[in-house]
Design a protein around this ligand. Structure first.
Ligand SMILES: [Zn+2]
Length: 300
């Protein structure tokens, strides 16, 4: 098992406390305590190389990020004040997603204890996302000819608008996003397949939609790898999400995804995405259950 962990944190916390950075420290601690993983499973990625970033992002945007030249307006749209530390964190997260993808291709499963920065576009960041880690990783594997087809299963409550736009004209990466119809982003991009969900949807109807979609996706796309964005902001306790999914429903979602992929021996790289329940324990528990479910089903 390989789990990318990032030891660069942004302190002090950004003024917008909706973004609970602390979860990224608590998730590995809890997984170790519960014996789901061992210390040897965890690694800290190197920064991603510039030329790899440029397979996905424009040179102009990357230069702004690297040289701290984002305008006030661009920083507002991202939701963070720019800093070298923040850029450093993003470039190790992107490399983490590359590393866990490579591990998944060889061993079936890999996790990034961060990532899922799906609101980052090729030429701009927004919604707490600067670089699109799935975009960077999938383009890297395609460029190295390690894969010819990827599938993104984005189950964060927010639409994967950046990912959809990045791969809009690229048939080698199929984007699937199931998200709150009335959640941010208010202007949605076009994924290859979008499933907008009504406010207040509960476990039964939610899981039924997913149960229907998964076999269709697997058979139609026949991916060499899946990127699973397992945001837990679908929970009823979430401050930003408008759905009403219970912790059990969230775990069942994860199990459905892993079961459907394992049945066809499809490698899966899991990235965390969002989670904004007021009690950080709810967020950390739900993320940790994603790890347990994956490790259980993939038998690692
Ligand atoms: Zn989200």
């Amino acid at each position: 098992m390989k789990i990318a962990f990032h030891d660069v944190y942004i302190h002090p916390l950004p003024p917008d406390h909706r973004f609970p950075m602390v979860k990224y420290e608590l998730i590995p601690q809890q997984l170790l305590r519960e014996g789901v993983i061992t210390a040897e499973d965890i690694f800290t990625p190197e920064p991603v190389e510039e030329e790899v970033i440029l397979l996905t992002h424009t040179r102009e945007y990357w230069k702004k990020l690297r040289d701290q030249e984002l305008s006030y307006r661009e920083q507002r749209s991202i939701g963070f004040v720019q800093s070298p530390l923040l850029t450093q964190r993003e470039i190790t997260i992107a490399q983490g997603t590359i590393d866990i993808s490579s591990h998944a291709l060889e061993n079936g499963l890999g996790f990034n204890v961060a990532g899922g920065t799906h609101h980052a576009f090729a030429d701009k960041g927004e919604g707490f996302c600067l670089l699109n880690d799935i975009g960077v990783a999938a383009n890297y594997l395609l460029d190295k000819q390690k894969i010819s087809q990827a599938l993104v299963i984005d189950l964060d409550v927010h639409q994967g608008n950046g990912t959809a736009a990045i791969f809009e004209n690229n048939a080698s990466v199929y984007t699937f996003s199931m998200h709150g119809a009335h959640n941010y982003p208010f202007h949605k991009e076009r994924s290859d397949w979008d499933v907008p969900l009504p406010d207040g949807i509960t476990d039964g109807a939610y899981l039924q939609q997913l149960r229907t979609a998964l076999p269709i996706l697997v058979n139609k796309v026949r991916p060499d790898i899946v990127y699973y964005l397992s945001g837990v902001d679908i929970l009823e306790t979430d401050k930003l999400g408008k759905l009403k999914i219970t912790p059990d429903g969230c775990l069942e979602r994860d199990r459905l995804v892993f079961d459907a992929l394992k049945r066809h021996d499809i490698p899966v790289a899991v990235v965390m995405g969002g989670g904004y329940s007021p009690r950080v324990k709810d967020v950390v528990d739900a993320h940790c259950k994603t790890f347990s479910a994956g490790i259980d089903i993939y038998g690692q």
